[in-house]
Design a protein around this ligand. Structure first.
Ligand code: G4P
Length: 195
């Protein structure tokens, strides 16, 4: 997606060979116009997939997921990372280890918001090692729902998540795939929407 790549080049900051900071439009401040374009792109790619629900994880997945949900006219559910005061029964849970942050969170979704007859599109902001997506997949399986695919805003193609998820035969659509962050420079790979 050209507009996204341009935004990454103009506003992204390469913090190291592995970390890209995109706080000005995705992870802290949000660019609603870009989010709308991202939502439209996911909606176009999944228009034939019969999606009934979008699932993401708090917090930075919520903005792109909500825009896609608006355009696709389906509800958006976000997995919580912290136990909610009002969310205690009928829960699907999964453990998600973050290699980047070196911590493990138990994420959860209420059984009220994911059903056996749902066709789910997962959307998230970053795909790095794939652990967040695996946690969401685990809960979708627990619910007996069907997965349409995984939509990612920025995939770090030099980390293992893309291979891990595609290796399971799952469709992954990444709107920008970063091939390298070496020498402070962002290099992109061709976009894919393949298994
Ligand atoms: P994984 O789920 O693919 O295995 O990713 P990992 O554990 O490595 O990443 C944990 C958190 O760090 C996630 O956010 C992920 O989006 C974010 N992250 C990973 N690599 C980068 C990067 O290069 N740049 C930025 N900006 N973020 C990265 P999170 O903890 O869920 O945070 P948030 O959604 O609340 O913002």
């Amino acid at each position: 997606m050209k507009a996204l790549q341009e935004k990454i080049v103009t506003e992204g900051k390469v913090l190291s060979d592995t970390v890209l900071k995109v706080d000005s439009f995705l992870n802290h401040q949000i660019d609603p116009h870009l989010m709308k374009q991202i939502g439209e792109e996911f909606a176009a790619r999944y228009q034939e997939a019969g999606v009934t629900k979008i699932i993401t994880i708090e917090s930075s997945g919520i903005a792109p997921a909500t825009m896609a949900g608006l355009i696709m006219n389906v509800p958006v559910v976000f997995a919580r990372k912290r136990k909610s005061l009002t969310l205690s029964e009928n829960l699907y849970t999964a453990k998600v280890h973050s290699f980047t942050k070196k911590e493990t969170n138990e994420i959860s979704i209420s059984g009220d918001f994911i059903q056996q007859d749902d066709v789910v599109l997962i959307i998230d902001d970053f795909l790095a090692n794939g652990q967040a997506v695996l946690g969401l997949l685990d809960m979708i399986e627990q619910a007996g729902a069907r997965l349409a695919g995984v939509g990612i805003v920025i995939e770090k193609g030099f980390q293992s998540g893309g291979q891990l998820i595609r290796g399971r035969g799952i469709r992954v659509d990444s709107l920008a795939i970063v091939a390298s962050l070496q020498n402070g420079k962002v290099e992109f790979m061709e976009e894919t929407s393949t298994l």
